[in-house]
Design a protein around this ligand. Structure first.
Ligand code: NAD
Length: 484
């Protein structure tokens, strides 16, 4: 059912930072899965470029090990990995210096699509862009893929956009937010714009509120130093949650084409009201007898960075005026899961009387785990005893619906890399979108800094700080449960 694979054009893909964590965990295994699916041409080249001295054979070993550790294609035939590894090359390159660039240039072919993946820290993006042009590796059709974080605030994001724009046109720049590559996120657009059922109800008249939750059970791990300089607002809300908010709230684009979709997303961000600071809850996970807390993890006993944030925001346009959007994300919570819930209003009048109970329909879109959708529908509680109402979920798990084929649905990185080769920017952020998102985020963070606000502690394994519960409670609403 799923596997209609359309092979992409022949390409040379250079992965700067090819030996790094992201390349080993996501990019290279993802490419291998696409190779197994028959999407990657036999003579495509994937070239690792990083600072260490690996050589082709050394890098092939790294790639093989990464694929074995982080998952290759389940339906791959024997020998496919060896064939794939023949596509792999390596050049030692210094992003900040001149070493390796001419050798890399020699390995690129002139008659194929050329893509350059910047899987390195953001401080190197400018240097890479400059050298790709300076040494003549990139042409006007080449693509560059830029990882998050895209800037630290509006000023740095603008500077980065400006630097990239000196060397590449906007149509060549692919800013990755891997949330946009998730199957369910695209399904969200299919559900909204492919059905008559929901769109007439998709507005302030029928929707009571919308909740977006991205909950993690993990702590800051080895990224403590980086994380403490960003926090949940910068690391998650400004990009991932904002993108989900855009897709749920945007007007139907005229076509499913890059600029048509991105224009509509941008309008949503620009219509967001500034957030009242009473409508924000910030938290930091605390230590308990089993484990250290956030401050120990980041090595700063006085850190004021949040590992959790929840907020209420409003979109001032005709469709959404008066409908609150509640966003929440955090680390060390009781469960791992990403979900968007559209909570519809109660029926205006209950013909069954108060004792039957009042219920509202909820459309919940699960991004992880177990991607799928649930629609809570109110029915009569079975059996005698009068009319009592009950919510039953109409549950669609993609894994169940697709059966064995579910394993072959490309993951977010696989899909996005293939989109780069195809030259399709629909699922990538445009420069103005990123800047608009920072323009909304910056005043929130500046407000915390100005007031010297300290995040409230919350227990590891909980649903976040009490303030987050109160944020909903004050409005007579409640968060959906984060399942353990
Ligand atoms: P990493 O530290 O594991 O790897 C960095 C890579 O960059 C290495 O291959 C290293 O050799 C190379 N490098 C460093 N300096 C260089 C130089 N001067 N010249 C050439 N190569 C150089 O980092 P990572 O975790 O793979 O992250 C890479 C980027 O992806 C970062 O921007 C990060 O924020 C982003 N990112 C990572 C993840 C993840 O899960 N790791 C997730 C999302 C975004």
């Amino acid at each position: 059912m799923v596997s209609r694979v359309i092979p992409v054009e022949n390409f040379d893909l250079v992965i700067f930072g090819g030996t790094g964590d992201l390349a080993r965990r996501k990019i290279l295994p993802g490419l291998f899965r696409r190779y197994c699916a028959g999407q990657i041409p036999e003579n495509a080249q994937i070239i690792g470029a990083a600072r260490s001295d690996e050589g082709d054979e050394g890098f092939r070993k790294i790639v093989g090990d990464a694929i074995r550790e982080f998952g290759g294609g389940r339906h791959c035939e024997d020998g496919t990995l060896d064939n794939f590894l023949e596509r792999i090359l390596y050049v030692r390159v210094d992003a900040m210096g001149d070493d390796g660039w001419l050798e890399l240039k020699d390995r690129l072919r002139s008659d194929v699509v050329k893509a350059f993946y910047f899987s390195v820290g953001p401080s190197l993006f400018g240097a890479l862009a400059e050298r790709l042009r300076g040494f003549g590796l990139a042409d006007d059709d080449s693509r560059v893929v830029v990882e998050k974080p895209f800037g630290h605030d509006l000023e740095t994001a603008r500077a980065l956009n400006k630097t990239l724009a000196q060397h590449f046109d906007e149509h060549q720049i692919y800013r990755i937010d891997h949330y946009l590559g998730k199957e369910t996120v695209q399904n969200l657009m299919a559900v909204r714009f492919g059905n008559m059922l929901f769109e007439p109800l998709w507005n302030a008249q029928y929707v009571d509120h919308i909740q977006i939750t991205v909950a993690e059970t993990v702590d800051v791990g080895g990224r403590g130093g980086y994380y403490d300089k960003s926090g949940a607002m910068r690391d998650m809300v400004q990009n991932h949650l904002m993108q989900l908010l855009c897709l749920i709230a945007m007007e139907p684009p005229a076509r499913f084409e890059p600029d048509a979709v991105r224009d509509e997303k941008l309008k949503v961000i620009r219509a967001l009201d500034p957030v009242d600071y009473h409508h924000i809850a910030r938290g930091q996970y605390s230590a308990d007898e089993h484990q250290p807390g956030y401050r120990a993890h980041v090595g700063d006993p006085r850190s004021k960075t949040e590992s959790f944030v929840a907020l209420k925001c409003h979109i001032s346009n005709w469709r959404w005026a008066g409908t609150p959007f509640y966003l929440r994300t955090g680390k060390k919570l009781r469960g791992r899961g990403s979900e968007i819930a559209v909570v519809f209003k109660d029926a205006p009048h209950s013909i069954f009387g108060d004792e039957a109970g009042r219920h509202s329909n909820v459309l919940a879109i699960r991004l992880q785990p177990d991607e799928g959708m649930t629609l809570d529908v109110t029915i009569k509680e079975p059996g005698p005893g009068g009319m009592r109402l009950l919510d039953v979920p109409l549950d669609m798990s993609f894994a169940e619906a697709l059966g064995d084929d579910a394993d072959e649905v490309p993951d977010a990185y696989e899909r996005l890399i293939m989109d780069v080769i195809r030259g399709n920017q629909t699922l990538f952020m445009r420069g103005d979108e990123v800047e608009a998102a920072w323009a909304w985020t910056d005043p929130i963070i500046e407000g915390w800094n100005r007031r010297g606000e300290v995040p409230k502690p919350y227990d590891a394994g909980s649903s976040g700080p009490e303030d987050a519960l109160m944020l909903m409670h004050r409005d007579g609403r409640k968060w959906r449960e984060i399942k353990a």
